[in-house]
Design a protein around this ligand. Structure first.
Ligand SMILES: Cc1cc2nc3c(=O)[nH]c(=O)nc-3n(C[C@H](O)[C@H](O)[C@H](O)COP(=O)(O)OP(=O)(O)OC[C@H]3O[C@@H](n4cnc5c(N)ncnc54)[C@H](O)[C@@H]3O)c2cc1C
Length: 272
């Protein structure tokens, strides 16, 4: 494998946490494969989580009705984004792979990481009307979620009380990562480490280390390509694609399910 650049966006308050151990394992194993690693340790950086007018240096275009997306697009074009955003965009531009390492908070990423997403993935820089989904800005990059839960795997199953983890992952993996064009690698989920015996936690980390050895050659998850939708008709699935699916048992994806059963584990495993 050729040397690659990896960015780890990490959100945990404690260096003694399981998340820290997972992040350290990634840094160590990937560095051992000659990858160059950059880290954004969001709590240590006291990363600002709120998307506000202060993210733009100097005057904004319309202070009376401040529109974050439009104003940051203009600021990005004019080199007027705040230095913390510019620095994260530099790291992201250089990266071949981005790993988001975090504890699940309220079925999603912690607020500080959502702030990174809101503020770094700005209009123009990370997406536009023309450049999104399979035609997205970052289509030559890979990204993945690596996270811990408090709940057990069975609670996040199709029959479990939290509902199917594949459904939980759809907004993050489709709505953010794939939207910006990333090839999304299957998530690394560490189920409820705080309730696992120490030897099980060690086995989880060992499994992660093993996966990291071949991570950059993994096949990404599949999403429906942009050209399957008709932009003239509100980005609905084209009739011929719909027709082709008519005999199939499952929907295309978790979100584009066509009123059918969800394809099993499509947000968790490549090639399903
Ligand atoms: C605001 C909030 C919202 C939440 N929402 C959800 C939710 O929606 N769904 C959900 O499932 N959970 C939720 N949780 C729970 C949360 O996801 C878990 O508490 C978190 O994922 C646990 O990860 P951690 O890194 O903090 O674990 P830690 O408590 O840091 O670690 C677990 C154990 O691993 C040990 N450990 C550390 N390093 C190592 C090592 N190298 N080797 C072996 N063991 C090690 C630690 O000592 C500890 O005993 C929420 C929590 C909060 C605070």
């Amino acid at each position: 494998m050729a040397a690659k650049k990896v960015l780890i966006v990490y959100a945990h308050q404690s260096s003694g946490s399981f998340n820290a151990a997972a992040k350290d394992a990634a840094m160590e194993v990937l560095a051992g494969q000659d990858c160059t690693i950059e880290e954004s340790d969001l709590y240590a950086m006291k990363f600002k989580a709120t998307a506000t007018a202060e993210d733009i240096t100097g005057d904004v275009k319309n202070a009376d009705h401040f529109c974050y997306a439009e104003e940051t697009k203009l600021a990005w074009e004019e080199g007027k984004l705040s230095t913390d955003i510019t620095e994260e965009q530099r790291k992201l531009t250089q990266a071949d792979l981005v790993i988001f390492q975090f504890p699940m908070y309220w079925f999603t990423v912690p607020a500080i990481m959502k702030g990174w997403i809101d503020r770094v993935l700005t209009l123009g820089y990370a997406y536009s009307q023309e450049k999104r989904y399979s035609q997205g800005v970052f289509k030559d990059k890979k990204a993945m979620l690596s996270f811990t839960t408090g709940s057990s795997e069975s609670m996040f199953s199709a029959n479990g009380i939290n509902g199917d983890m594949n459904v939980t992952l759809w907004p993050l993996q489709n709505g953010i990562l794939h939207y910006c064009g990333f090839q999304v690698l299957a998530p690394q989920i560490f189920w409820a480490p705080a309730y696992a015996p120490s030897e099980v936690r060690s086995t989880m980390l060992e499994g992660w280390r093993k996966r990291l050895q071949g991570l950059l050659s993994e096949k990404p998850l599949s999403f429906t390509p942009l050209d399957c939708f008709d932009g003239e008709k509100g980005y609905q699935l084209k009739p011929e694609i719909h027709e082709k699916q008519s005999t199939k048992e499952h929907g295309l994806t978790v979100g584009i399910h066509l009123g059918k059963a969800l394809p099993p584990n499509s947000q968790m495993k490549a090639g399903v």
